[in-house]
Design a protein around this ligand. Structure first.
Ligand code: PEP
Ligand code: MG
Length: 584
């Protein structure tokens, strides 16, 4: 057997060797096919059988779910069983098989499309969105009709490398519990949320492999190199041994880096840099310190809203933030207010219908549009500020209006809490994420009214270069060293320094060791990143002098293209820091 090599994007570092588990997350596409009169009965029987099997499967999940997780989300599964008995769905499909004389798959598809159109016309937003449940149920029946299985991640054995067309952030979260070796997907990019979570929980991953799902089957031996984004299926002996060696070397280097965790992030000439961790879940706080980070520079709060049948209550917000801030003490926690929409999870009933979600009702736009949801979060956040050092970070600010409106709302919430006698930090800082080019352009104005900046390069690059951060076809254009991006970074840094407000970066660029020296040279002294990157970035910082970093940043800023910037940076680092480059 010859080995097959796939090149994609390294999404989460590490090298693993294991067996493929092919996870089918695509929709089943079926074709309607005319049938003979004599086959009508047979098709109806097939359809009924598929319904029965589907019911039994959901029932099984319901039992397991209730046993393992409790009853809270069981109603979703009950609804799915009810849908399988729904008259419109069942009788509608049978009637179509008879009248139009088409196969069960085609008849079910047409029936579902008709039902979906009816849902579209419903005024009530909540009910309208239930069409997704109908589609999910239909997908299950179609899979049972066509014999295509949808595996669940919880059924996967321990040493699997998951290969899928795409994965949802929720899939990545489940993986953590199942000790999966790593994953690789056709879709995605370094900054897609699935990749970010993979990094934060330390699962090696490669994304943007485009066609890998079509070339592997469950059980194939596979090597996954999450550093370079390479996947090798059925490796030959030489490659296998080569990667065993690479894996050993990588593990050794990781251990060496780990030893840096107690040492300060300080340049050779004594400049202090603050390295902080980005977290998604309250439980991750401890991992930041374990990796040598000090404090949390970005706590993404979206997960409080994930997989829930109701919005989080004020108390749930409060408990989660209090948990984080107490565990991070005496260090600070920068808590970002809700950033839903875009490539992130959308809230059911709010986000399913947007034609262009990246430019839609995302983050602060959503919060200012749904002030009750925002107010609940702010109340929880402010109450938690009585227990430790919290700063509030507002995502997707495009200009002053949104900042002012947000601050006004925070003042109102403070006023409420004060009159209720609830304690909170009255001097809590409110900062903005600089992740929209307009915010970078008016950063001088924003710096007059914001307490701090945190640059989100994942979105800043997406919006500056008009590249969907999750789209593998344009992922090669996603380039932090693009002159337009660098000029915006420089501008933001200048604005922050002139106004004497603190400046941080929390986008993925901050966690990439190849940019660490450039960012220092551009004036960044606080970098917040996924925990796995902290030792790598620390290693660079401890190896350079500030004057070198400034010289490097000047050199890079003078280059007219990203290609030239990259080669200038590489040559500079090789020349000045040959040992460091060899190790990285
Ligand atoms: C960013 O955009 O760089 C960022 C840190 O936020 P997120 O990745 O959550 O959009
Ligand atoms: Mg962002």
């Amino acid at each position: 057997m010859t080995e097959k090599i796939f090149n994609g994007i390294g999404a989460s570092p590490g090298i693993v060797i294991g067996r493929v588990f092919l996870l089918d997350r695509r929709k089943v596409v079926v074709a309607g096919r005319p049938i003979e009169d004599v086959n009508v009965k047979n098709e109806i029987a097939r359809f009924k059988k598929a319904l029965e099997v589907s019911k039994a499967q959901i029932d099984e999940i319901r039992k397991r779910f209730t046993r393992d997780v409790g009853k809270s989300h069981r109603y979703i599964l009950d609804t799915h069983i009810m849908l399988l008995e729904d008259k419109m769905l069942v009788e509608g499909t049978i009637k179509r098989i008879k009248d139009a004389q088409i196969n069960a798959e085609g008849a079910l598809r047409e029936t579902i499309d008709t039902i979906a159109r009816k849902f579209d016309a419903i005024e009530d937003e909540y009910l309208r969105e239930r069409k997704h449940d109908v589609e999910q149920v239909a997908q299950r029946v179609l899979r049972n009709l066509t014999g295509k299985k949808q595996e669940s991640l919880s059924e996967i054995s321990e040493d699997a490398v998951i290969i899928a067309h795409d994965l949802a952030p929720t899939d990545t979260l489940v993986m953590r519990k199942d000790k999966i070796l790593g994953f690789a997907t056709d879709a995605g990019s370094r900054t897609s949320h699935t990749a970010i979570i993979a990094r934060s929980i330390g699962i090696p991953a490669a994304v943007g492999l485009e066609k890998i799902t079509g070339a592997v089957k469950t059980g194939d031996v596979v090597i996954l190199d999450g550093i370079h984004g390479v996947v090798i299926v059925d490796p030959d002996e030489e490659t296998f041994l080569d990667y065993l060696k690479k894996q050993r070397r990588y593990k050794y280097f990781e251990q060496e880096l780990f030893k840096l965790r107690e040492l300060p992030a300080e340049t050779l000439d004594g400049h202090q840099v603050h390295l902080q961790g980005n977290i998604e879940l309250p439980e991750e706080v401890a991992t930041v310190a374990d990796h040598g980070g000090i404090g949390i520079g970005l706590y993404r709060t979206e997960f409080l809203f994930l997989n829930k049948d109701a919005l989080p209550t004020e108390d749930q917000h409060y408990q989660a933030y209090r948990h984080v801030v107490e565990r991070a003490a005496p260090h600070e926690v920068v808590i970002r207010t809700l950033d839903v929409g875009g490539d992130k999870v959308g809230l059911p009933g709010f986000h399913e219908k947007e034609p262009n979600p990246a430019l839609g009702l995302r983050a602060i736009r959503f919060c200012l549009n749904q002030k009750d949801i925002f107010r609940t979060q702010l109340r929880g956040l402010l109450r938690a500020s009585a227990h430790g050092k919290i700063r509030i970070l507002v995502p997707m600010i495009s200009g002053l209006r949104e900042l002012r409106e947000t601050k006004a709302l925070i003042s109102e919430v403070k006023h409420e809490l004060r009159s209720e006698g609830a304690p909170f930090d009255d001097h809590i800082q409110v900062g903005v994420m600089i992740e929209i080019p307009s915010a970078a352009m008016v950063s001088d104005l924003l710096a007059q009214e914001a307490d701090f900046f945190s640059v989100g390069t994942n979105d800043l690059i997406q919006y500056t270069l008009a590249i969907d951060r999750g789209n593998e076809h344009v992922a090669f254009m996603y380039e932090p060293l693009e002159p337009a991006v660098l000029r915006l970074l420089q501008r933001v840094s200048l604005s922050a320094h002139e106004a004497k407000i603190s400046l941080a970066m929390c986008g993925e660029m901050a966690g990439d060791p190849q940019y660490a020296a450039i960012l220092l040279g551009l004036g960044f002294r606080t970098l917040s990143m996924n925990v796995a990157s902290i030792p790598w970035v620390k290693k660079v910082i401890r190896s350079v002098r500030m004057e070198d970093a400034v010289e490097l940043a000047d050199l890079v800023m003078r280059q007219p293209t990203s290609e030239l910037a990259r080669s200038a940076a590489t040559a500079f680092m090789r020349d000045r820091f040959p040992d460091l480059v060899a190790e990285l």
